[in-house]
Each structure stands twice: as C-alpha cells, then as structure tokens.
Design a protein around this ligand. Structure first.
Ligand SMILES: Nc1nc2c(c(=O)[nH]1)N[C@H]1C(S)=C(S)[C@@H](COP(=O)(O)OP(=O)(O)OC[C@H]3O[C@@H](n4cnc5c(=O)[nH]c(N)nc54)[C@H](O)[C@@H]3O)O[C@H]1N2
Ligand SMILES: Nc1nc2c(c(=O)[nH]1)N[C@H]1C(S)=C(S)[C@@H](COP(=O)(O)OP(=O)(O)OC[C@H]3O[C@@H](n4cnc5c(=O)[nH]c(N)nc54)[C@H](O)[C@@H]3O)O[C@H]1N2
Ligand code: SF4
Ligand SMILES: [Mo]
Length: 891
C-alpha cells in the first residue's frame, strides 16, 4: 500500500494505541472450549478487540486456535448483534421479525404479566439450553430449575449429539461425557483407528488436532472409517470408505478376531474387567452370578480362582479382581476348567459368553455388511491387537443411528481389550474427572453422596435425571414431561423410551394439550431458551415451527447474542453479553485437559450497554419468581459452595454494589483460593496474567490417581464391563431389546434392506472447519468468506463423480434432496461431484441453512440439514436417528 493510502486508513481508524493488551478468555465457538487470549487496542478511547490467539499457557490447546476461534471477535461487532431487550409487537405473529425495543423493567413485567394472565405453573415451563449453558452455567441453570419447581430441562446437546454415543462408551467405562472426561492421548499412540468422526479431531477441535499432529510426526499409523474422504481421512495412512451405519459390524469382527487369536492384554483384562466374572444358567439363559444390595447394586461377584482351584467371592465395587472379599490374593481364570458348577448349576465366564456371542461375526460376515474386504478387517484387527499402544478413538457426535450406542460401546470394548483406558497412548481421563472420582470415593467412605455436580461419569446424569424424573422430588408431584409421556405410552401399550434424559420427548404433545398425567392434561405454556436454537439445531425444523407457533404456548423467551432463526419465534428476546464481553461467574477446569488446570473468562471489551450476563438474568428472574433464597441454597448444595458466602455476596448485589455475576465470581474465587491455599486476590491476579493456572501435571496426578490401577471407574462394578449390569437392569425392567442387550449383538441400520433406486443414496452429514453447528456464527464475515471459497465442497451435496455422470448431473446443478421414506422432508441443494465419496452415498455439511435475513452473510447459504430429518428417536435415550433414511436426488 502506498504511504498516502496508509495515512488515509489510519485517519479512518482514528487514533489507536500501538500496544495490544491481551485478555484471557475461553472460546465460545465450539464445545472444545480452547483457552484463548483476546488482543485489545484502544481506538478513540474505546477498547476494541482486534485479534484472537490461542493461549500458550493452555495444557489443552497449547497456544493454538482454529479458524473459527481466531475469527470469533467479529461476532462482537456483527451488525445484527442483539443490543437491547425486544418485545414482540402486539398483533404480530411468531416467525416474523416484528419487535420493538424495551427496557429490562418492561420485559420483566411483560413476562410476569404473561405468567399471571395464563396462570403458568412452574411445571408448565420448559428451560432449554445449548452447550454454552451446560458448560458455563450448569450450577445456575439446574439450581434455578430446582429452586423454582421447574422439572423440565432440555439440554440441547444430549439428543442431537452426545447422549447416545456416550451412553455406549459408559456402559464399558462408566465415564459419561467425552467432552470433559476423556482426551485421547494420540501423541503417544502408535496405531489409531477413527470411526464416524472428523470435526471432533481434524476439522477442527484444536485440543485434539494438536495431539494428532504430534502423533503423525512421531509416525503413528492412522486408519479412518468414513464413507467419504473427510479432512481427517485425508490425513490418514488408510481410508476405509465403509457403508454408512455399519461400523459396528466392523468392530464386532475385530472383537471376533482379537478374542480368538488371543491378541488382547491378558493380565489387564483379567485384573480390571469383568471378563472373568461368573454367569450362571437360569431358565435357559446365562445371568450374572452376584449378590445385590436393596437398591440392586452389586455387593459381590464370583470368579474361579486358579491358585486355589475354587470359586471365590470378590467385592461388588472395586478397581481390580486380584483379591477376594477376605483380602486374600487370587488369580481369576477367563476359561473355566471342565465340570465346574455352582450349586449344580452350569457356569460360564463373561469371556466365554463373549467367545460364543462373537462366533457369527466373522470378517467375512462383516465384509458383506460394511463393503470392506474381509482380509482388510482381519489385518486391521491383528494390527490393532499387536501394536502397542493402540488407540480406538472414542468418537464425539453420537445421534445418527439407533445402533450408535452399540457402535461406541464396541469401540470402548476394543480399547479395553488392549488395556488402553487411562493409560499413556490410550484414553486419558481429564484431571477434573480424576478429582471427581477421588471426591466420590472419599464421600462414599463417609457414607455421603457429595454435591450432585461433582458426581463422576454416568452417576451425574443418572442422579440429575433422577431428580427431574421423580414426581416425589417436586412439591407439585409433576415429573419431567418426558416421564409423563413415557407413562402415557405404556398405558396405551406403545413402545417407549427407557431413559429420556434432558430430552424433548413429549414436549410437542404437552404444548398441544395431548399429554395426560394423573387424569389431567400436562401442559407446557412457556419456554425459556438460553443459547439454544431449536429451529436450526433440533431436527426437524417443521416440528419446531409447529411447537413455537402453537397458540397454547403463552410465552417464549430467548436469551441470545444474535438474531438466530429461533429468536424469530420468541415473544421476548434478551440480549446477552458475548464471551469476550463478560466475566464469568465461576472458575472452571480446563476442559478435558489431563493436566489439572483452572481457568475463567475475563471481560476484554465493553458489550452493548443494554446487554446482560446470564447470571444476572437468572438472578433477576429468581427474584421476580420470589425464589431467591431457595435459588442460593440450591446452587450452594449442587456445587458445594459456601451458602453463607453466596448470601453475603448476593446481598451486596442486591444493594447495587456489584452485579450478580461478580457476586458469584467472588464466591467461586474464594472457594478455589481456599482449595489452592492462596488468596482470592492473588488467584485472580495470576489468572488474569496467565489465563490458565496449571496446578498438577498428569504424570503427578497419575502416580496415585490412575483409574483401575488405583481407582475404580464409575460403572456398577468399578471395573470395565464387557457384560453391562446397567443394561441387564434395563432388560429386567423393560424386557429384552437388542438396543440394551448386555452382551454382544449386531443392530443393522434401518436402511440395510433398502434397494436403492438409480437416483437414491444413503445419507450422511458432518461439520465443516469454518462453522460450528448450524450456529449464528456462520454469519461471521471472515468464516463465511472462507466457506464461499470452498464452494460446493462446503455448501453443496457431495455426489460420486462417476455415479453423478450416470445420472446426468453436473457440478453446480440445483437439485432437490428428498427423504425417500418421508418425502415431505426435502431441501434444495447444489451438486458437488467428487471422487471422495462412495457411489451409493451422498454427504452434506450440517452447518448451514440459516433463514433470518438479519443474519445477512449466512441467510440462504448451504443446505439446511434439519429439513431432511424426521422426528424419529431411538428407544434408549431418545437419540436422533438423523441418518436412518435414504434420499433421492431430483433434478
Ligand atoms: N442442523 C444442525 N443441527 C445440529 C448440529 C449441526 O451440525 N447441524 N450439531 C449438533 C451438535 S453436535 C450439537 S453439540 C448441538 C449444539 O447446539 P447448541 O448448543 O444449541 O449450539 P450453538 O450453535 O453453539 O448455540 C445455539 C445458540 O446459541 C447462541 N449463542 C452463541 N453464543 C452465545 C452466548 O454467548 N450467549 C447466548 N445466550 N447465546 C449464544 C447462538 O446464537 C445460537 O443461536 O447442535 C446439534 N444440532
Ligand atoms: N468445525 C467444527 N468443529 C466442531 C464442531 C463444529 O460445529 N464445527 N462441534 C464440536 C462438537 S459439539 C462436536 S459433537 C464434534 C463433532 O465431531 P465429530 O463427531 O467428529 O462429527 P462430524 O464432524 O459430524 O464428523 C462425522 C464424520 O463421520 C462421517 N460419517 C457419517 N456417517 C458415517 C458412518 O455411518 N460411518 C462412518 N464411519 N463415518 C460416517 C462423516 O462423513 C463425517 O466425516 O465437533 C466439535 N468440533
Ligand atoms: S476448536 Fe476452534 S472454535 Fe472450538 S473452542 Fe477451539 S478455537 Fe474455539
Ligand atoms: Mo456436539
């Protein structure tokens, strides 16, 4: 640029300081929660964000940030930012943008007036939160619901993301949420297999990508199962274009080979899994031989000890199988000697059961299912079984198929077979998770349960949903509406759901007045959304339009930073400070970092004058509902904070001396300062300087806190479970279904027997590196420019080139994608011909389809995924069956 131009630009920009001040924050563009720093400059006396970079002190993302993370500050200055509370203009319809600005007093009194006018009872309210609400406000959101008598919470990322996949992992390892509990130790692995994943690693979740890059440098072999050549597959040594929905067949065959050839870590499997546990014949079936307590939890198991040649009783919940209940050293066997019985009944070990159950799942059988040659499957099983450390990546996004629970469960079993749970080069547990387990063990010894939010792994969702599901936890006797729906299904003799945790199951019926509970309609009259965009995120769009425009719904409140497609359907919109504009109310663990580190956000720039933090909004609601006292007490109990401290700090906020956010932040800083043996002031100072405080390295933590080696896992038995006692419990309660078979089983995708017509394809989707979810951040000018450069690859429908040509399709053709089983679900798409996909499959990016014209960079771009997906849920946790159909291409 010539010097005159530079002067001109400078003049336009106003006077700006040369110094960039760096303010630490946590990314809010995806749930990888990287530690970042915001570069701030003063321009005309005002602080302006000019750059975002990774925080080099972070043990999680190690100074790196992906394109989305770096482009994040554009959200702050988006022309479409919500800057003031808005109320729908009387007489206008939901779905059109017809709002008038209001003050906070006006919106609160509008809300209270609606509550009274429609006599909205607490159980007639549903709270709905996206991942942001889960990760950063769980104690407040759950505390708010419980204190106000609201049993209805929908946690968005459960049904359409993690519930199904993670439940599968859980059944083996007990750890629930792969987001914040496991970080696969790619860099120390020598052989890595990925299935049904891409953005969770290479496209991109920075914390995982930095580790994978290291693995590549060190020469690890990488195998990727994906029907298309994804960004991750492109980095692999071997890309296996598997037939969609059949990954579990591949894994069953791997188990078949590994068990038969003895390619598993024998000592680990004997010592830390339930493979040696005895099963006894009962009414023609083999069931676990165990003693149970009154709640049905195992009190003792039985194994056959090869030292004494006897059956021995071992503790019900423990980390290993090498001592019996009397403390005597034993060595259990995997295969029983001839003729061993129990009170004359036939016996089998879990290992023997698995050998039998896996018999039909040969590589040849799997080859038919998956389209991958039997020799390849056999070779990969042998490589995985012999190269150490071997890693089966746990995957991230679940949903997709009814069989995903099973697929992820089989992956966890394979990881257990090679002894790779909480080991170097295996699935490393996060430091925070380790702490939770230690706390739980301490509390267990003291006969106490401890704070709900510190329950480890699957114990948390079991407990939290237990509260929401139990009519007796509520003074009004109404459980979560999903339970009322389950009860109604049963009464009507319909198939229903086992565990609809934080789900929207039954919501539509409740809004329509069709849900009955105790002989009366169970209605939902109000929905409060925080960082949640169901119109785009929860499939299908038409269902949400019907719900949100139903006149029975008296009140829709949306807290957001940008005018998402869902805000179109709100009555009241509340502007939130965005992530670089707010101090958060708490200190957080550094995501799934295996090193113990603490972090929080610091406000980098001023937000819109009228925007507020979520903490303040929730407190003001609690005051409006007359439940402040209970709110404070519940938050204290859930998070283990000092109740008196909360009262004192909130007292100051009530006097107008500080915000409610600052009040909770002070409580949190005091809490952690005590734990870390420092003062709140020093802690805050250090945190502001570094962004992340490293407290313990993983090496140190693992000296006496390694799962299984030192601590049990939070399964029912404390060991890794190849036979799932939780699933066996579901069989007892709900009867047998393949979906909760406690052992090995194959569940084919529903599309298995579809005879594809010439223009018909299997359907898959995935995320692109430039956009998160189908979020409003697609409006980001920088990211949208990148997406546009990528053209059809990001915005179009991938069709195999040869196959496309046979259908006379050309690049850029505009076609209609139609759900072949439910043709009312369809979307317009632009064709992208490529060699990078199987001929029988089409792929779209899941990230686009925004409609609100106020989001002017994003509106109308790409293909809206949730227009193609009908509301079909799997029967265990209501996970979405978002690929369980085929599509037709219509020119
Ligand atoms: N179509 C489609 N649907 C999907 C997915 C997809 O790829 N495509 N992905 C699925 C997956 S894996 C997941 S985990 C879920 C995630 O679903 P969500 O957790 O709901 O995802 P987000 O897109 O991050 O957030 C939704 C809303 O939060 C708003 N928001 C962003 N920042 C803030 C903030 O600071 N404060 C407030 N109050 N609001 C904010 C956004 O504007 C957006 O409207 O979506 C699932 N659904
Ligand atoms: N860029 C970006 N990164 C993100 C996010 C984001 O929104 N954008 N969100 C974060 C969140 S919340 C999540 S849950 C994770 C999600 O991250 P992942 O779980 O990694 O999910 P996707 O990116 O959807 O990748 C799915 C891949 O599986 C392939 N696939 C589809 N069906 C099948 C099948 O049947 N078998 C096999 N083997 N492969 C199949 C698709 O082609 C695609 O390449 O990403 C995180 N990181
Ligand atoms: S992966 Fe990218 S978008 Fe996600 S948290 Fe990290 S920097 Fe942000
Ligand atoms: Mo997700």
């Amino acid at each position: 640029m010539n010097p005159r131009k530079v002067e001109e630009v400078k003049k336009k920009q106003g006077s700006s300081s040369r110094e960039v001040e760096w303010v630490p924050t946590i990314c809010n563009f995806c749930s990888t929660v990287c530690n970042l720093k915001v570069g701030v400059k003063e321009v005309n006396g005002k602080k302006v964000a000019v750059k975002i970079e990774g925080n080099e002190n972070s043990p999680l993302n190690r100074g790196k940030a992906c394109a989305r993370g770096q482009a994040g500050f554009h959200q702050t200055y988006d022309k479409a930012r919500l800057t003031t509370p808005l109320i729908r203009v009387p007489g206008s319809k939901r779905g059109e943008w017809n709002f008038k600005p209001a003050t906070w007093e006006e919106v609160y009194s509008y809300i209270m007036q609606k509550m009274q006018e429609h006599q909205i009872m607490p159980w007639e309210i549903t709270m709905m939160g996206g991942w942001t609400s889960c990760v950063f406000y769980m104690p407040l959101a759950l505390g708010f619901a419980i204190a106000n008598g609201i049993p209805n919470i929908v946690a968005a990322p459960m049904q359409q993301c993690v519930a199904s996949g993670h439940l599968g992992t859980d059944m083996v390892t007990g750890n629930f949420n792969v987001h914040d509990e496991v970080l696969a130790d790619f860099e120390n692995a020598r052989y890595i297999i990925f299935s049904m994943t891409n953005s969770g690693v290479a496209a991109a979740s920075t914390s995982r990508l930095v580790r994978l890059a290291e693995a590549k440098k060190r020469g690890a072999k990488i195998v990727v199962l994906d029907p298309r050549l994804s960004e991750l597959a492109a980095k692999a040594d071997e890309w296996l274009p598997i037939k969609p929905g059949t990954d579990s067949a591949f894994f069953l065959a791997m188990i078949h080979v590994i068990l038969r050839r003895g390619l598993f870590e024998r000592e680990y499997v004997v010592k830390h899994t339930n493979m040696p546990f005895l099963m006894v014949e009962h009414q023609g079936m083999f069931v676990p031989l165990m003693e149970q307590n009154e709640q049905g939890y195992p009190k003792a198991f039985f194994v056959y000890d090869e030292i004494s040649g006897e059956i021995r009783k071992i503790p019900g919940y423990f980390n290993h199988n090498y001592t019996d209940v009397d403390g005597k050293g034993i060595r259990p066997v995997l295969t029983l000697p001839e003729g061993v019985t129990f009170n004359g009944q036939k016996l089998k070990t879990v290992f023997e059961l698995l050998i039998e159950q896996s018999a039909p799942y040969t590589p040849e059988w799997a080859s038919e299912e998956t389209g991958i040659p039997a020799e390849t499957i056999e070779r990969i099983a042998v490589e995985f079984g012999t190269i150490r450390p071997a890693m089966m990546d746990p995957g991230w996004h679940g949903a997709r198929y009814e069989n995903v629970i099973n697929t992820r469960r089989l992956q966890a079993m394979l990881q257990a077979l090679v002894g790779g749970i909480d080991t170097v080069g295996g699935w490393l547990m996060s430091a925070e998770y380790r702490e939770k387990i230690m706390l739980a063990m301490e509390k267990m010894k003291a006969g106490d349960e401890g704070p709900v939010l510190y329950l480890p792994g699957i114990q948390f969702p079991l407990k939290a949903s237990g509260i929401l599901f139990d009519p007796n936890s509520w003074y009004h006797g109404h459980p979560h509406y999903a339970i009322a729906k389950v009860m109604q299904d049963k009464a009507e003799g319909k198939e229903t759901i086992v565990f609809p945790a934080f789900s929207d199951y039954g919501l539509k019926e409740a809004v329509e007045g069709k849900l009955m509970f105790n002989g009366e309609p169970y209605r939902i009259k109000a929905i409060i959304l925080n960082a949640s965009n169901p119109i785009r995120h929860y499939y299908p769009e038409s269902r949400w339009q019907e719900i949100l425009t139903n006149p029975n719904l008296a009140l829709v409140v949306a807290i957001d930073v940008l005018p998402s497609d869902t805000t179109l359907y709100a009555d009241v919109i509340l502007p939130n400070l965005n992530y670089i504009e707010r101090d958060e109310p708490f200190i957080y663990g550094a995501g799934p970092s295996p090193d113990l580190a603490y972090t929080t956000r610091f406000k980098a720039v001023d937000g819109p004058e009228q925007a507020k933090g979520t903490t303040d909004i929730l407190f003001e609601f609690a005051i409006g509902f007359g439940n402040l006292e209970k709110f404070m007490a519940t938050v204290a109990a859930l998070a283990g904070f000092d109740h008196e401290d909360i009262k004192q700090e909130v007292g100051k906020a009530l006097e107008g001396k500080q915000t409610f956010t600052r009040a909770m932040r002070n409580v949190s800083f005091k809490h952690y300062a005590k734990m870390l043996k420092t003062t709140p002031e020093k802690l805050e100072k250090e945190m502001r300087e570094k962004g992340v405080i490293l407290v313990e390295t993983k090496e140190h933590l693992m000296e006496d806190g390694t799962l299984l080696k030192h601590l049990p896992v939070p399964t029912m038995s404390g060991r890794l479970e190849f036979y799932s006692y939780l699933m066996a419990g579901f069989v007892q309660m709900y009867g047998y279904q393949k979906n909760w078979d406690p052992g090995l089983v194959y569940i084919p995708p529903e599309t298995k027997d579809v005879k594809l017509a010439a223009n018909e394809f299997h359907f898959i989707y995935g995320k692109v590196p430039t956009v998160s979810y189908a979020s409003t951040n697609s409006n980001n000018p920088l990211l949208m420019a990148l997406s546009k450069v990528k053209g059809g690859k990001f915005l179009g429908v991938w069709v195999n080139r040869k196959k496309g040509k046979s259908l006379n399709l050309k690049d850029g053709d505009v076609v209609v994608l139609e759900n072949a089983q439910n043709p009312e679900y369809s979307a317009k798409a632009v064709v992208f011909l490529t060699e990078m996909i199987r001929p029988d499959t089409v792929f779209i990016s899941s990230s686009f389809g925004t409609k609100n014209p106020l989001l002017e960079n994003a509106a109308g771009m790409g293909i809206p995924l949730n227009n193609l997906v009908p509301y079909k849920v799997e029967p265990f946790v209501t996970g979405f069956k978002s690929q369980e159909f085929t599509v037709r291409i219509i020119k």
